[in-house]
Design a binder for this molecule. Structure first.
Ligand code: KG4
Ligand code: ZN
Length: 335
């Protein structure tokens, strides 16, 4: 049994997963409400809250899994990328827990976790596959030949897709995080009401979302406060359609160029209802199969870190005692 911890941003997460990929528990203590009034995550507040929550969420994960600490064979933890102070809470706690029991520790990459979340559960995705990861901090397409690593085929050149949702939501006067709010409001709007740009930078598989956000800003300004409020559903639907179009176009191009027949999606934006439906259509058109994990495996969680741990060489006790967290990705193109 693997006990995994994830504290890279504002969710305190713990999970118990078997080496075979069976999900025994996946617990998340969201700090969303705490950061809402600031319109974004405040790193210092996130770290303090992780400290308050991590022990309880770990106990909770073990309880839900009906497992005892004695049964845990390995500890896994996110070492990066993420907020350094937040990461350090998880890393220190994991080190202490593992060292106290002489257990091995797997130092996992957060993005690798998003990439391999689809390998969990009763119907795991098989390699090779294409993976679209779209979260608040990252947006990329990766080819996975071996679940121990991934090759980045294209990525955002500026804002992440989740960041685009969050910034767009703020322009529309919606709460934080903005993705779910835009998703909800878009159901009541007309996605063709406003013509917004779909940027496709270069000839490859990269993304760009900063121009779209600026275009929305101009639309909102042109309409004026009252009209923009009255038409917020149309604006949300048009904006969401533009983000989904951009993500779907490059995903379709990657499936074709790479000759892949399986697509996995991950990251918070993979919870978006329109994106999920559109990627199903893209897969149908390409004769491919879509692995859209349940939403709690798409947004930040520790089960995906346990999934990554299954494909990460664990460090034996006591070599990990000097392990450090890293705010930035360890390597640009692989886990
Ligand atoms: O993966 P995640 O939980 O955390 C990061 O690693 O960033 O992703 C969070 C992001 C936020 O930007 C949030 O607005 C977005 O995912 N998100 C969504 C939806 N649910 C969460 N974006 C669009 N539609 C959603 N339903
Ligand atoms: Zn994430």
């Amino acid at each position: 049994m693997i006990l995994a911890l994830e504290t890279s941003c504002d969710d305190t997460c713990a999970a118990v997963v078997t080496q075979a990929g069976e999900l025994r528990s996946n617990r998340i203590a969201s700090q969303g409400v705490l950061h809402e009034r600031y319109g974004g995550v405040v790193p210092e507040i996130a770290s303090r809250r992780h400290l308050e929550l991590i022990e309880a969420i770990t106990a909770d994960a073990l309880e839900v899994a009906e497992a005892k600490l004695d049964e845990v064979e390995a500890v896994a933890v996110t070492v990066g990328p993420g907020l350094i102070g937040a990461l350090l809470v998880g890393v220190s706690f994991a080190k202490g827990l593992a060292a106290a029991r002489g257990l091995p520790l797997a130092a996992c990459d957060h993005l690798h976790g998003h990439v391999v979340a689809g390998t969990l559960g009763p119907h795991p995705i098989q390699t090779p596959y294409l993976c679209l990861v779209a979260s608040g901090g990252h947006t990329f397409l990766a080819r996975v030949e071996d679940p121990a690593r991934y090759e980045i085929l294209g990525q955002t050149l500026d804002d992440a897709a989740g960041e685009a949702f969050d910034k767009g939501a703020r322009l529309l006067g919606l709460g934080y995080p903005g993705g779910p709010e835009v998703d909800r409001l878009a159901h009541a709007g007309d996605p063709r009401a406003f013509d917004l740009p779909r940027s496709a930078p270069g000839d490859g598989l990269d993304f760009s979302f900063s121009g779209l956000k600026t275009a929305l800003l101009h639309r909102v300004r042109d309409l004026g406060e009252t009209a923009a409020r009255e038409r917020s559903a149309d604006l949300a639907a048009s904006y969401q359609r533009a983000v989904v179009d951009a993500l779907a176009a490059r995903t379709a191009a990657a499936l074709a160029a790479e000759g892949l027949e399986r697509l996995a999606i991950g990251g918070g934006v993979a919870a978006n209802s329109e994106l999920r439906a559109r990627l199903q259509t893209v897969c149908d058109e390409h004769g491919a199969r879509l692995w859209a994990p349940p939403i709690e495996l798409c947004t930040d969680n520790a089960a995906m870190i346990a999934a990554a741990a299954r494909f990460t060489e664990p460090m034996p006790y006591p070599t990990y005692l000097s392990l450090d967290a890293a705010a930035r990705p360890r390597r640009a193109s692989s886990a």
